[in-house]
Design a protein around this ligand. Structure first.
Ligand code: ASP
Length: 318
């Protein structure tokens, strides 16, 4: 009988209907990373056999808190991490991290690429990028720039922007860009660089002023298509796109990882997910990018790419 029970338990396998799969989002609820994760959770539910998939916003310190939480979590497939380019910038920004990006995670595949937008408080007098550049020049020393902590995409974008303009701004860190954009709308901060998964609806509603996109080409999303790129606005070579990936704690069993990866492949083809993401300017990952080995290779290449850029922009790093 003992054998039968053990066998039964194993045959039940992953994911168990009595359990919940938690995706840790290392930023505040209602922000751009949270948006991607919630859409993904919905798309994953069916391919994961109808199990419930919930979000845990373990926000703060530029995503290091939530990322550390997953590194320490039980490697059973019930705790996953959705994080972005921060996986590649944190190693250069922190002297000491409580986890190793290459060694403490199982890589489950990339999820999408998201452009960023440079936006300002609604009362900003500038009406286009050129006027904004003039305003920045005239207000040096008095400009507040919001970001979601060292390691956040908004931090990286702000760092590159200050470095390109050679203007130092006062950083105002938040637990995510959801609270940052609230303060931007309220006029407590001047500028924010944030993913379109957060800014598109605010730009559409004209709650913020938008000046440029950070991609190398203009976007096709209707409400964003008239925004120039920063590169064409005079910041030569300015280009940053925010990729997201899905991770599990190191040591998660191979058969569980395979099931999650298979489910991810189905989720990323879900027409509803694709439509929602494309409406927010994002491009959903496909083909090789959803392969764990490719994902891991890509993150390492990004660590190697951003490390020197962050070091060179050093004085603007916090
Ligand atoms: N993704 C945002 C950033 O990196 C933070 C957030 O999701 O709230 O700035």
């Amino acid at each position: 009988a003992a054998v039968a029970v053990a066998f039964g338990a194993q045959a039940q396998g992953y994911p168990s209907k009595d359990k919940t799969v938690t995706i840790v989002v290392p930023f505040a609820a209602g922000g751009p990373t949270d948006r991607v994760a919630r859409d993904l959770a919905e798309a994953l539910r069916k391919p994961l056999g109808g199990v419930s998939v919930v979000i845990d916003n373990a926000a703060g310190a530029g995503s290091t808190i939530g990322t550390a939480k997953v590194a320490r979590a039980n490697p059973d497939g019930y705790t996953l991490l959705l994080n972005h380019i921060g996986m590649a910038t944190m190693p250069a920004l922190y002297r000491k991290l409580p986890f190793s990006v290459p060694n403490d995670f199982e890589y489950l595949g990339m999820v999408n690429d998201v452009p960023m937008t440079l936006i300002a408080r609604p009362t900003m007098p500038a009406n286009n990028y050129k006027e904004l550049a003039t305003w920045i020049d005239q207000n040096k020393g008095k400009i507040n720039l919001g970001h979601a902590g060292l390691g956040a995409a908004s931090h990286l974008c702000g760092l590159l922007f200050q470095s390109a303009l050679k203007v130092e701004m006062t950083p105002v860190p938040y637990k995510g860009t959801a609270p940052a954009i609230t303060d931007l709308i309220g006029g407590q901060i001047d500028l924010l660089c944030d993913q379109t998964t957060n800014t598109t609806s605010q730009i559409e509603a004209k709650k913020v002023k938008a000046y440029a996109v950070t991609t190398d080409k203009r976007l096709t999303t209707p409400s964003l298509k008239d925004l120039p790129t920063l590169a064409e606005s005079g910041l030569k070579d300015f280009q940053v796109t925010i990729w997201h990936g899905l991770y599990a704690p190191k040591g998660t069993p191979a058969d569980v990882l395979k099931k999650i990866n298979d489910a991810l492949k189905v989720a990323l083809k879900d027409p509803d997910f694709i439509k929602k993401q494309e409406g927010l300017g994002a491009v959903v990952a496909a083909d090789q990018r959803i392969e764990p080995a490719e994902h891991k290779k890509f993150v390492q290449a990004e660590i190697d790419k951003w490390g020197p850029i962050i070091k060179a922009a050093g004085t603007y790093a916090d």
